[in-house]
Design a protein around this ligand. Structure first.
Ligand code: IMP
Length: 460
Protein backbone atom coordinates (compact mmCIF):
# COMPACT_ATOMS: atom_id res chain seq x y z
CA UNK A 1 0.00 0.00 0.00
CA UNK A 2 1.36 3.41 -0.96
CA UNK A 3 1.98 5.63 2.08
CA UNK A 4 -0.26 8.45 1.02
CA UNK A 5 -3.07 6.08 0.05
CA UNK A 6 -6.03 5.54 2.32
CA UNK A 7 -7.65 2.27 3.40
CA UNK A 8 -11.00 0.68 4.07
CA UNK A 9 -12.34 -0.92 7.23
CA UNK A 10 -15.49 -3.02 7.10
CA UNK A 11 -18.21 -3.04 9.73
CA UNK A 12 -20.84 -5.78 9.75
CA UNK A 13 -23.58 -7.12 12.02
CA UNK A 14 -22.77 -10.47 13.64
CA UNK A 15 -26.28 -11.67 14.52
CA UNK A 16 -29.64 -11.32 12.72
CA UNK A 17 -29.49 -7.59 11.92
CA UNK A 18 -30.57 -4.64 14.05
CA UNK A 19 -27.44 -4.88 16.23
CA UNK A 20 -27.16 -1.08 16.42
CA UNK A 21 -24.56 -0.76 13.67
CA UNK A 22 -25.51 2.88 13.04
CA UNK A 23 -24.69 3.78 16.64
CA UNK A 24 -21.20 2.32 16.28
CA UNK A 25 -20.71 3.98 12.89
CA UNK A 26 -21.72 7.27 14.49
CA UNK A 27 -19.18 6.78 17.28
CA UNK A 28 -16.36 5.87 14.88
CA UNK A 29 -17.22 8.21 11.99
CA UNK A 30 -14.67 10.81 13.06
CA UNK A 31 -11.91 8.34 12.11
CA UNK A 32 -13.07 8.17 8.47
CA UNK A 33 -13.65 10.37 5.40
CA UNK A 34 -16.25 8.21 3.66
CA UNK A 35 -19.01 5.89 4.89
CA UNK A 36 -20.08 3.50 2.13
CA UNK A 37 -22.86 0.95 1.67
CA UNK A 38 -22.14 -2.16 -0.37
CA UNK A 39 -25.27 -4.34 -0.11
CA UNK A 40 -29.02 -4.30 0.39
CA UNK A 41 -31.38 -1.40 0.01
CA UNK A 42 -34.42 -0.11 1.81
CA UNK A 43 -34.71 -3.41 3.72
CA UNK A 44 -32.19 -1.86 6.16
CA UNK A 45 -33.11 0.89 8.58
CA UNK A 46 -31.76 3.21 11.19
CA UNK A 47 -33.17 6.20 12.99
CA UNK A 48 -31.43 9.55 13.00
CA UNK A 49 -32.21 11.72 16.00
CA UNK A 50 -31.40 15.43 15.99
CA UNK A 51 -32.24 18.04 18.64
CA UNK A 52 -35.55 18.82 16.98
CA UNK A 53 -36.63 15.71 15.13
CA UNK A 54 -36.07 12.08 14.36
CA UNK A 55 -36.26 10.44 10.95
CA UNK A 56 -35.94 6.90 9.68
CA UNK A 57 -33.38 6.21 6.99
CA UNK A 58 -33.13 3.05 4.95
CA UNK A 59 -30.76 3.54 2.06
CA UNK A 60 -28.57 6.47 2.99
CA UNK A 61 -25.46 5.36 4.91
CA UNK A 62 -25.12 6.18 8.62
CA UNK A 63 -22.85 8.98 9.73
CA UNK A 64 -24.85 11.81 8.19
CA UNK A 65 -24.68 13.84 11.39
CA UNK A 66 -20.93 14.23 10.82
CA UNK A 67 -20.83 17.23 8.51
CA UNK A 68 -17.51 16.53 6.79
CA UNK A 69 -18.24 12.92 5.87
CA UNK A 70 -18.86 11.77 2.33
CA UNK A 71 -21.52 9.07 1.80
CA UNK A 72 -21.33 6.49 -0.97
CA UNK A 73 -23.87 3.94 -2.16
CA UNK A 74 -21.90 1.23 -3.96
CA UNK A 75 -22.93 -0.79 -6.98
CA UNK A 76 -23.87 -3.84 -4.87
CA UNK A 77 -26.88 -1.97 -3.52
CA UNK A 78 -30.47 -2.21 -4.72
CA UNK A 79 -31.85 1.30 -5.07
CA UNK A 80 -35.50 2.28 -4.89
CA UNK A 81 -35.48 5.79 -6.33
CA UNK A 82 -38.90 6.72 -4.94
CA UNK A 83 -37.89 5.73 -1.38
CA UNK A 84 -34.44 7.25 -1.70
CA UNK A 85 -35.80 10.56 -2.95
CA UNK A 86 -38.03 10.69 0.13
CA UNK A 87 -35.03 10.21 2.43
CA UNK A 88 -33.05 12.90 0.61
CA UNK A 89 -35.96 15.35 0.85
CA UNK A 90 -36.66 14.56 4.50
CA UNK A 91 -33.02 15.14 5.41
CA UNK A 92 -33.03 18.46 3.54
CA UNK A 93 -36.20 19.30 5.47
CA UNK A 94 -34.41 18.99 8.82
CA UNK A 95 -31.42 21.02 7.66
CA UNK A 96 -29.17 18.24 6.33
CA UNK A 97 -28.77 18.81 2.58
CA UNK A 98 -26.74 16.09 0.86
CA UNK A 99 -25.44 18.03 -2.13
CA UNK A 100 -21.71 17.42 -2.52
CA UNK A 101 -21.83 14.69 0.17
CA UNK A 102 -23.84 11.82 -1.29
CA UNK A 103 -22.64 9.80 -4.28
CA UNK A 104 -24.56 6.87 -5.78
CA UNK A 105 -22.95 4.40 -8.17
CA UNK A 106 -24.63 4.34 -11.56
CA UNK A 107 -24.24 0.53 -11.51
CA UNK A 108 -26.70 0.01 -8.67
CA UNK A 109 -29.64 -2.15 -9.64
CA UNK A 110 -33.02 -0.46 -9.63
CA UNK A 111 -35.76 -1.81 -7.40
CA UNK A 112 -38.64 -1.79 -9.87
CA UNK A 113 -42.31 -1.46 -8.92
CA UNK A 114 -42.85 -5.07 -9.98
CA UNK A 115 -40.15 -6.16 -7.50
CA UNK A 116 -42.01 -4.58 -4.59
CA UNK A 117 -45.25 -6.11 -5.88
CA UNK A 118 -43.73 -9.60 -6.13
CA UNK A 119 -42.03 -9.36 -2.74
CA UNK A 120 -45.28 -8.33 -1.05
CA UNK A 121 -47.16 -11.13 -2.79
CA UNK A 122 -44.69 -13.95 -2.17
CA UNK A 123 -42.30 -12.91 0.64
CA UNK A 124 -44.40 -13.89 3.65
CA UNK A 125 -43.02 -17.41 4.30
CA UNK A 126 -39.60 -15.82 4.89
CA UNK A 127 -40.99 -12.70 6.53
CA UNK A 128 -39.24 -10.35 4.10
CA UNK A 129 -39.41 -6.63 4.66
CA UNK A 130 -41.50 -6.26 1.49
CA UNK A 131 -39.19 -3.76 -0.15
CA UNK A 132 -38.62 -5.72 -3.34
CA UNK A 133 -35.00 -6.55 -2.58
CA UNK A 134 -35.17 -10.30 -3.32
CA UNK A 135 -36.90 -9.96 -6.72
CA UNK A 136 -34.49 -7.14 -7.62
CA UNK A 137 -31.39 -9.27 -7.02
CA UNK A 138 -33.11 -12.25 -8.64
CA UNK A 139 -33.61 -10.19 -11.80
CA UNK A 140 -30.00 -9.05 -11.63
CA UNK A 141 -28.96 -12.71 -11.86
CA UNK A 142 -31.68 -13.59 -14.39
CA UNK A 143 -30.80 -10.69 -16.73
CA UNK A 144 -33.37 -11.60 -19.45
CA UNK A 145 -36.66 -13.45 -19.37
CA UNK A 146 -38.70 -14.56 -22.39
CA UNK A 147 -36.34 -12.61 -24.61
CA UNK A 148 -36.69 -9.31 -22.71
CA UNK A 149 -34.27 -7.65 -20.35
CA UNK A 150 -35.41 -7.69 -16.70
CA UNK A 151 -32.45 -6.14 -14.83
CA UNK A 152 -32.32 -2.35 -14.98
CA UNK A 153 -29.62 -0.18 -13.51
CA UNK A 154 -29.39 3.45 -12.49
CA UNK A 155 -27.17 4.02 -15.50
CA UNK A 156 -30.07 2.99 -17.77
CA UNK A 157 -32.10 5.81 -16.24
CA UNK A 158 -29.19 8.12 -16.85
CA UNK A 159 -28.77 7.21 -20.50
CA UNK A 160 -32.38 6.63 -21.61
CA UNK A 161 -34.83 7.52 -18.87
CA UNK A 162 -37.96 7.17 -21.01
CA UNK A 163 -37.10 3.69 -22.22
CA UNK A 164 -36.15 2.37 -18.77
CA UNK A 165 -39.30 3.83 -17.22
CA UNK A 166 -41.51 2.53 -19.98
CA UNK A 167 -40.29 -1.04 -19.54
CA UNK A 168 -40.49 -0.93 -15.74
CA UNK A 169 -44.03 0.45 -15.82
CA UNK A 170 -45.04 -2.12 -18.42
CA UNK A 171 -43.90 -4.99 -16.20
CA UNK A 172 -45.79 -3.47 -13.29
CA UNK A 173 -48.98 -2.96 -15.33
CA UNK A 174 -48.81 -6.57 -16.51
CA UNK A 175 -48.58 -7.72 -12.91
CA UNK A 176 -51.63 -5.64 -11.96
CA UNK A 177 -53.58 -6.88 -14.98
CA UNK A 178 -52.81 -10.49 -14.06
CA UNK A 179 -54.00 -10.06 -10.49
CA UNK A 180 -57.05 -7.88 -11.13
CA UNK A 181 -58.72 -6.41 -8.04
CA UNK A 182 -56.54 -8.45 -5.67
CA UNK A 183 -53.58 -6.24 -6.61
CA UNK A 184 -54.91 -3.26 -4.64
CA UNK A 185 -54.99 -5.14 -1.32
CA UNK A 186 -51.58 -6.66 -1.75
CA UNK A 187 -49.45 -3.69 -2.44
CA UNK A 188 -50.20 -0.95 0.07
CA UNK A 189 -48.14 1.32 -2.17
CA UNK A 190 -48.87 2.70 -5.60
CA UNK A 191 -46.37 3.37 -8.37
CA UNK A 192 -46.89 5.66 -11.33
CA UNK A 193 -44.64 6.80 -14.15
CA UNK A 194 -44.88 10.34 -12.79
CA UNK A 195 -43.93 9.16 -9.27
CA UNK A 196 -40.83 7.45 -10.64
CA UNK A 197 -39.93 10.52 -12.69
CA UNK A 198 -40.30 12.76 -9.64
CA UNK A 199 -38.10 10.43 -7.59
CA UNK A 200 -35.52 10.32 -10.35
CA UNK A 201 -35.46 14.14 -10.57
CA UNK A 202 -34.30 14.21 -6.93
CA UNK A 203 -31.88 11.26 -7.06
CA UNK A 204 -30.24 11.99 -10.42
CA UNK A 205 -27.91 14.76 -9.26
CA UNK A 206 -26.24 12.39 -6.77
CA UNK A 207 -25.36 9.68 -9.30
CA UNK A 208 -21.71 9.15 -10.24
CA UNK A 209 -21.16 7.41 -13.56
CA UNK A 210 -17.55 6.54 -12.77
CA UNK A 211 -16.60 3.01 -11.63
CA UNK A 212 -13.33 4.41 -10.23
CA UNK A 213 -14.99 6.98 -7.97
CA UNK A 214 -14.09 5.29 -4.68
CA UNK A 215 -10.77 3.95 -5.93
CA UNK A 216 -9.62 7.45 -6.79
CA UNK A 217 -10.71 8.76 -3.39
CA UNK A 218 -8.73 6.07 -1.58
CA UNK A 219 -5.72 6.49 -3.85
CA UNK A 220 -5.54 10.09 -2.71
CA UNK A 221 -5.78 9.25 0.97
CA UNK A 222 -9.45 8.77 1.86
CA UNK A 223 -10.25 6.45 4.77
CA UNK A 224 -13.40 4.46 4.12
CA UNK A 225 -15.73 2.66 6.47
CA UNK A 226 -17.90 0.11 4.70
CA UNK A 227 -21.17 -0.26 6.54
CA UNK A 228 -22.83 -3.63 6.03
CA UNK A 229 -26.61 -3.87 5.99
CA UNK A 230 -28.44 -6.80 7.70
CA UNK A 231 -25.88 -9.23 9.14
CA UNK A 232 -23.61 -12.15 8.40
CA UNK A 233 -26.22 -14.67 9.62
CA UNK A 234 -28.63 -13.40 6.95
CA UNK A 235 -26.12 -13.71 4.10
CA UNK A 236 -27.59 -15.37 1.02
CA UNK A 237 -24.80 -17.98 1.03
CA UNK A 238 -23.79 -18.26 4.69
CA UNK A 239 -27.22 -17.90 6.30
CA UNK A 240 -29.82 -20.67 6.66
CA UNK A 241 -31.70 -20.84 3.34
CA UNK A 242 -34.39 -19.76 2.70
CA UNK A 243 -34.48 -17.54 5.80
CA UNK A 244 -31.93 -15.08 4.54
CA UNK A 245 -31.79 -11.79 2.74
CA UNK A 246 -30.90 -11.87 -0.95
CA UNK A 247 -27.57 -10.05 -0.94
CA UNK A 248 -24.10 -10.83 0.38
CA UNK A 249 -23.74 -9.30 3.81
CA UNK A 250 -20.29 -10.64 4.68
CA UNK A 251 -17.23 -8.39 4.98
CA UNK A 252 -15.46 -9.88 1.95
CA UNK A 253 -18.31 -8.71 -0.25
CA UNK A 254 -17.71 -5.08 0.75
CA UNK A 255 -14.97 -5.02 -1.86
CA UNK A 256 -17.30 -6.27 -4.61
CA UNK A 257 -20.43 -4.27 -3.87
CA UNK A 258 -18.42 -1.32 -2.59
CA UNK A 259 -16.32 -0.85 -5.75
CA UNK A 260 -12.84 -1.03 -4.23
CA UNK A 261 -9.97 -3.52 -4.63
CA UNK A 262 -9.49 -5.65 -1.52
CA UNK A 263 -5.84 -4.59 -1.26
CA UNK A 264 -7.13 -1.55 0.64
CA UNK A 265 -8.67 -3.63 3.43
CA UNK A 266 -7.30 -2.80 6.89
CA UNK A 267 -9.54 -4.39 9.52
CA UNK A 268 -12.99 -5.85 10.12
CA UNK A 269 -15.32 -4.65 12.85
CA UNK A 270 -18.26 -6.72 14.10
CA UNK A 271 -21.30 -5.42 15.94
CA UNK A 272 -23.43 -7.60 18.21
CA UNK A 273 -25.88 -6.92 20.98
CA UNK A 274 -26.16 -8.37 24.45
CA UNK A 275 -29.79 -9.35 23.96
CA UNK A 276 -30.49 -10.85 20.55
CA UNK A 277 -33.39 -10.25 18.18
CA UNK A 278 -34.62 -11.57 14.88
CA UNK A 279 -37.37 -10.34 12.55
CA UNK A 280 -39.00 -12.66 10.05
CA UNK A 281 -38.91 -16.43 10.03
CA UNK A 282 -35.99 -18.81 10.51
CA UNK A 283 -33.93 -20.57 13.17
CA UNK A 284 -33.17 -18.68 16.37
CA UNK A 285 -31.71 -21.17 18.88
CA UNK A 286 -31.80 -18.90 21.94
CA UNK A 287 -35.25 -17.39 21.37
CA UNK A 288 -37.06 -16.76 24.64
CA UNK A 289 -40.33 -18.65 24.42
CA UNK A 290 -39.13 -20.66 21.38
CA UNK A 291 -41.78 -21.58 18.84
CA UNK A 292 -44.49 -19.82 20.86
CA UNK A 293 -42.64 -16.52 20.48
CA UNK A 294 -41.89 -17.15 16.78
CA UNK A 295 -45.57 -17.77 16.02
CA UNK A 296 -46.76 -14.84 18.10
CA UNK A 297 -44.37 -12.43 16.34
CA UNK A 298 -45.21 -13.80 12.90
CA UNK A 299 -48.91 -13.15 13.42
CA UNK A 300 -48.47 -9.94 15.40
CA UNK A 301 -48.76 -7.27 12.71
CA UNK A 302 -51.82 -8.79 11.02
CA UNK A 303 -53.42 -8.95 14.50
CA UNK A 304 -52.54 -5.35 15.36
CA UNK A 305 -50.04 -6.42 18.03
CA UNK A 306 -47.54 -3.62 17.53
CA UNK A 307 -45.51 -1.59 20.00
CA UNK A 308 -48.48 0.49 21.21
CA UNK A 309 -50.54 -2.64 21.76
CA UNK A 310 -47.84 -4.39 23.77
CA UNK A 311 -47.05 -1.32 25.82
CA UNK A 312 -50.66 -0.74 26.77
CA UNK A 313 -51.53 -4.42 27.32
CA UNK A 314 -48.65 -5.75 29.42
CA UNK A 315 -46.80 -4.83 32.59
CA UNK A 316 -43.21 -5.80 31.73
CA UNK A 317 -42.09 -6.13 35.34
CA UNK A 318 -44.87 -8.63 36.06
CA UNK A 319 -43.93 -10.55 32.93
CA UNK A 320 -40.30 -10.69 34.08
CA UNK A 321 -41.41 -11.80 37.56
CA UNK A 322 -43.31 -14.70 36.01
CA UNK A 323 -40.06 -16.41 35.01
CA UNK A 324 -41.66 -17.73 31.81
CA UNK A 325 -39.46 -17.45 28.70
CA UNK A 326 -42.22 -16.23 26.37
CA UNK A 327 -43.28 -13.57 28.88
CA UNK A 328 -39.69 -12.48 29.51
CA UNK A 329 -39.27 -12.07 25.72
CA UNK A 330 -42.27 -9.73 25.51
CA UNK A 331 -41.07 -7.77 28.54
CA UNK A 332 -37.57 -7.30 27.12
CA UNK A 333 -39.05 -6.24 23.75
CA UNK A 334 -41.16 -3.58 25.44
CA UNK A 335 -38.39 -2.36 27.75
CA UNK A 336 -35.70 -2.28 25.06
CA UNK A 337 -37.81 -1.05 22.11
CA UNK A 338 -37.23 -4.03 19.82
CA UNK A 339 -39.64 -3.24 16.98
CA UNK A 340 -38.74 -3.01 13.25
CA UNK A 341 -37.51 0.44 12.16
CA UNK A 342 -39.33 0.31 8.84
CA UNK A 343 -42.12 -2.17 9.50
CA UNK A 344 -42.86 -1.73 13.24
CA UNK A 345 -42.87 -5.54 13.55
CA UNK A 346 -42.26 -6.94 17.05
CA UNK A 347 -38.84 -8.57 16.94
CA UNK A 348 -38.32 -12.06 18.35
CA UNK A 349 -36.08 -11.85 21.42
CA UNK A 350 -33.38 -14.22 22.67
CA UNK A 351 -30.46 -14.45 25.06
CA UNK A 352 -26.91 -13.85 23.85
CA UNK A 353 -25.47 -16.85 22.01
CA UNK A 354 -21.70 -16.67 22.43
CA UNK A 355 -21.14 -19.98 20.60
CA UNK A 356 -22.80 -18.57 17.50
CA UNK A 357 -20.90 -15.29 17.95
CA UNK A 358 -17.57 -17.12 18.10
CA UNK A 359 -18.34 -18.90 14.86
CA UNK A 360 -19.25 -15.64 13.11
CA UNK A 361 -16.04 -14.03 14.36
CA UNK A 362 -13.92 -16.93 13.08
CA UNK A 363 -15.68 -17.30 9.73
CA UNK A 364 -15.55 -13.61 8.86
CA UNK A 365 -12.19 -12.67 10.34
CA UNK A 366 -13.54 -10.14 12.81
CA UNK A 367 -10.76 -8.08 14.43
CA UNK A 368 -12.81 -6.28 17.07
CA UNK A 369 -16.29 -6.50 18.51
CA UNK A 370 -18.67 -3.81 19.68
CA UNK A 371 -21.37 -5.07 22.02
CA UNK A 372 -24.51 -2.94 22.17
CA UNK A 373 -27.44 -2.90 24.56
CA UNK A 374 -25.40 -3.89 27.60
CA UNK A 375 -27.84 -1.89 29.75
CA UNK A 376 -30.70 -4.19 28.69
CA UNK A 377 -29.17 -7.04 30.66
CA UNK A 378 -30.07 -5.26 33.90
CA UNK A 379 -33.76 -6.13 33.32
CA UNK A 380 -32.98 -9.74 34.21
CA UNK A 381 -32.73 -8.58 37.83
CA UNK A 382 -36.57 -8.74 37.88
CA UNK A 383 -36.69 -12.42 36.99
CA UNK A 384 -37.20 -14.92 39.85
CA UNK A 385 -33.52 -16.08 39.81
CA UNK A 386 -32.25 -12.54 39.32
CA UNK A 387 -29.43 -13.69 37.00
CA UNK A 388 -28.44 -12.93 33.41
CA UNK A 389 -28.42 -16.12 31.30
CA UNK A 390 -25.90 -16.34 28.45
CA UNK A 391 -25.33 -19.31 26.14
CA UNK A 392 -21.79 -20.60 25.58
CA UNK A 393 -20.38 -23.39 23.42
CA UNK A 394 -21.39 -25.22 20.26
CA UNK A 395 -23.86 -28.07 19.92
CA UNK A 396 -23.88 -30.60 21.55
CA UNK A 397 -21.85 -28.91 24.31
CA UNK A 398 -23.97 -25.85 24.80
CA UNK A 399 -24.37 -24.54 28.34
CA UNK A 400 -26.13 -21.59 29.85
CA UNK A 401 -24.05 -19.66 32.35
CA UNK A 402 -25.61 -17.17 34.73
CA UNK A 403 -24.14 -13.79 35.56
CA UNK A 404 -25.03 -11.36 38.31
CA UNK A 405 -26.89 -8.21 37.29
CA UNK A 406 -25.00 -4.91 37.52
CA UNK A 407 -25.67 -1.23 37.11
CA UNK A 408 -23.68 0.98 34.78
CA UNK A 409 -22.18 4.33 35.69
CA UNK A 410 -19.54 6.55 34.10
CA UNK A 411 -16.89 5.05 36.34
CA UNK A 412 -14.86 1.89 35.62
CA UNK A 413 -16.97 -1.06 34.61
CA UNK A 414 -18.72 -3.01 37.37
CA UNK A 415 -16.81 -6.24 38.13
CA UNK A 416 -19.77 -8.48 37.15
CA UNK A 417 -19.89 -6.90 33.69
CA UNK A 418 -16.13 -7.00 33.34
CA UNK A 419 -16.15 -10.73 34.09
CA UNK A 420 -18.79 -11.30 31.41
CA UNK A 421 -16.96 -9.24 28.78
CA UNK A 422 -13.65 -10.94 29.51
CA UNK A 423 -15.25 -14.34 29.11
CA UNK A 424 -16.73 -13.28 25.76
CA UNK A 425 -13.30 -12.09 24.64
CA UNK A 426 -11.81 -15.42 25.70
CA UNK A 427 -14.43 -17.55 23.94
CA UNK A 428 -14.54 -15.52 20.73
CA UNK A 429 -10.77 -14.95 20.72
CA UNK A 430 -11.54 -11.37 19.77
CA UNK A 431 -11.11 -7.99 21.45
CA UNK A 432 -14.16 -6.10 22.63
CA UNK A 433 -13.47 -2.52 21.64
CA UNK A 434 -16.61 -0.84 22.89
CA UNK A 435 -20.02 -1.23 24.46
CA UNK A 436 -23.33 0.55 24.00
CA UNK A 437 -25.05 1.27 27.29
CA UNK A 438 -28.24 3.14 26.41
CA UNK A 439 -30.36 4.78 23.77
CA UNK A 440 -28.68 8.16 23.74
CA UNK A 441 -25.93 8.96 21.27
CA UNK A 442 -23.24 9.20 23.93
CA UNK A 443 -24.31 6.13 25.92
CA UNK A 444 -21.26 4.45 24.50
CA UNK A 445 -17.83 3.43 25.81
CA UNK A 446 -14.70 2.90 23.75
CA UNK A 447 -11.85 0.85 25.26
CA UNK A 448 -8.15 0.71 24.63
CA UNK A 449 -8.17 -2.63 26.30
CA UNK A 450 -10.59 -4.45 28.59
CA UNK A 451 -7.76 -5.63 30.82
CA UNK A 452 -7.04 -2.07 31.94
CA UNK A 453 -10.80 -1.47 32.06
CA UNK A 454 -10.56 2.29 31.86
CA UNK A 455 -13.20 3.09 29.29
CA UNK A 456 -13.34 6.52 27.68
CA UNK A 457 -16.89 7.77 27.51
CA UNK A 458 -17.72 8.56 23.92
CA UNK A 459 -18.69 12.19 23.49
CA UNK A 460 -19.28 13.38 19.95
P1 IMP B 1 -35.57 -9.11 2.76
O1 IMP B 1 -34.15 -8.65 2.98
O2 IMP B 1 -36.55 -7.97 2.82
O3 IMP B 1 -35.70 -9.94 1.53
O4 IMP B 1 -35.95 -10.07 3.98
C1 IMP B 1 -35.32 -11.35 4.14
C2 IMP B 1 -35.09 -11.64 5.63
O5 IMP B 1 -34.08 -10.76 6.13
C3 IMP B 1 -36.32 -11.42 6.49
O6 IMP B 1 -36.31 -12.35 7.56
C4 IMP B 1 -36.11 -10.02 7.04
O7 IMP B 1 -36.78 -9.79 8.25
C5 IMP B 1 -34.61 -10.01 7.23
N1 IMP B 1 -34.04 -8.65 7.16
C6 IMP B 1 -33.86 -7.91 6.08
N2 IMP B 1 -33.32 -6.73 6.40
C7 IMP B 1 -33.14 -6.74 7.72
C8 IMP B 1 -32.57 -5.80 8.66
O8 IMP B 1 -32.10 -4.71 8.30
N3 IMP B 1 -32.57 -6.19 9.96
C9 IMP B 1 -33.03 -7.41 10.35
N4 IMP B 1 -33.55 -8.31 9.52
C10 IMP B 1 -33.60 -7.98 8.23
Amino acid sequence: MDNCEGYADVLVGLQYGDEGKAKVVDALAGEYDIIARFNGGSNAGHTVVTKHSSIKLRQIPSGILHQGITLYIGSGCAVDIVQLSKEIKELAGIGIPLQGRLFISSRCNLVQPVHVALDRTHGHPIGTTGNGIGPCYADRALRVQEGSRVSWLIKDMLHDTDHALEIMMMRYSNWIADLGDAADNMLGVEYSQQGLLDGWAVVKEFVVDDPLFLVNQVRTGAKVLFEGAQSVLLDVTHGEQPFVTSSHTTPSYAFVGGDLPCKYHRKTIGVAKAIMSRVGAGPFPTELGGIHSARYCDAAISQGKNQDFERSSFDPIRLLNSGDGFNIGIALRILTGEYGTGSGRPRRIGILDVGQLSQAVALHGIDEIFLNKIDCLTHFSYTPDSVIPILFGDAPNRTIENFLPFSISNEPLPPELLRLLQLIELKTECKIRGIGTGQKRNDFFLFDSLSTHTPSHHDS
